[in-house]
Write a protein that binds this ligand. Sequence first.
Ligand code: ATP
Ligand code: MG
Length: 579
Amino acid sequence: MRLSRYYVPTLKEDPADAEVVSHKLLMRAGMVRKLTSGIYNYLPLGLRSINKVANIVREEMDRAGAMEVLLPTVQPADLWQETGRWEYYGKELLRFKDRHDRDYCLGPTHEEVITDLVRHEIKSYKQLPVNLYQVQTKFRDEIRPRFGLMRGREFIMKDAYSFDKDEAGAEASYWNMFEAYKAAFLRIGLNFKPVQADSGAIGGDFSHEFMVLAETGEDTIASCKACEFGANLEKAKVAPPTETGGLEAPCPPMEEVSTPGTHTVEEVCGFLGISADKLVKTLLFVVDGNPVAALVRGDRELNDVKLRNLVGGNEIEMADEETVKKLTGAPVGFAGPAGLAEDVPVYADHELLSATDWVAGANKGDTHVQHLSLGRDCKVEAFADLRVIEPTDPCPECGGEIEFKKGIEVGHVFKLGLKYSEKMEATFLDENGKSQYMIMGCYGIGVSRIVASAIEQNHDENGCCFPPSIAPFEVCLISLGGKDQDVADKAEELYATLEGLGVEVAYDDRKERPGVKFAEADLIGYPMQLVLGGKGLKNGIIEAKNRKTGEKTELPLEGFAEAFAQWRKDIWNGWGLDA
Ligand code: ATP
Ligand code: MG
């Protein structure tokens, strides 16, 4: 490709609305342009990177035995009504009507459409398992589209769906995709970590998110320094306490104490002169319409996903003021486990087993209780892991040290079980002629988000440093020919040589100043730069720069092809990649 004829509208300044570096650089390098909030045009260079990511993903999906299809973006409402998601999905689902007044939506994901396809086509166990995937534009009307391609409203996703005849098969399909994802992200050159994610009602360890580690990530993950353990915060288990004698331990009689105007943990502790770990915090929730109380230590944070899973519900929300008043007979801020309304089950974090003699709300305005014993003064339904992990907690798997890291979710694998096949009657006849539901899994990769994440991970003050596997072009050949015809001729010859080698070259043959060419090559972030000038030509060499490390070497013009091939191989290897 000749840059003199290519469309690369670079910008000198960062766009005003760009907060993160990938958004700034994608705009400045002329790779994308915003059409409207969360919706982007992909320009030639940007599209090349996106396509490279998509093709690596395709190759790994094909290798894993999945088959590519392309499903419609426009989806009829009746499929979504069958699964109940027409109501459930909320405002992220963009809905519209056709000329016959029928309801449709733009696909944010394709479980309904794929299940509809498969239930009509697949009838026998002999046709299973099957795994179908697509690379396609999705639309989600995100409440806060931001960060350029990281959180768009329209974006490109690879989504795959597996259908199996039994549990063992479904599990195998799941781990097959897990491995395919690892292979794809390695080839893309990302520094990533698969982490355990909540699988809701499905249970088990059948959901993982693949996180690209980057400061600008919106997600926090707990990661063990000693072992492989990693989990997102809503999933991360907290190890049970080593001391568990709290229920039987001696405790003075419980008594009320007046705590006027104290509503928060800090205020109560300040007033009573105690530390927050001496207090039991009582939180009231409503799970699928039923009230539930949860107890955690005053200095801890309750994990509502863990509570919901323990109770076995679908939807969990904090009780509103009115409900709190009804259940406690007191204003918000004075709830406690002793003397709550009879029908409210109380669940406690297992850390509370380790001690006794607590302070808690008295279910009475401006009043708390002291010397509360959870074994003596109230009824606790169950003690379980209910709080959010903290960096000071030990690793739940090996006891090692935990650290928190920021991550960008680039992929998600999920065992769906019968969630969709039951609702949509996706059945097959098994070996005995008996009708069974298919067991499903779904697997997503954020293709366009990956290009942004790669930049978040690989950039410097001058611009992008693309991994060679997904760079828009691998090499930028810069001719400093100017009026020097010999240099210009030799550059043309090298361009032809590189093209002949099958290398993707951006050939900078423009009549621009050297400084402009260098700056643009750095900004766009081609992994390899080759610079031919008059002096080099005289000395029989061309200057070669590794964009990521900044390392410069000279390659001989005599025997250039071999020398280049070796240098290129070294650069790929430096990224941990095979050329
Ligand atoms: P998030 O929590 O970031 O909103 P999600 O859980 O909604 O993601 P999935 O439904 O699992 O995402 O979609 C699969 C993949 O699609 C995600 O792992 C992510 O890489 C990508 N993705 C999701 N939403 C967006 C978006 N708004 N813009 C770009 N990529 C996205
Ligand atoms: Mg989302």
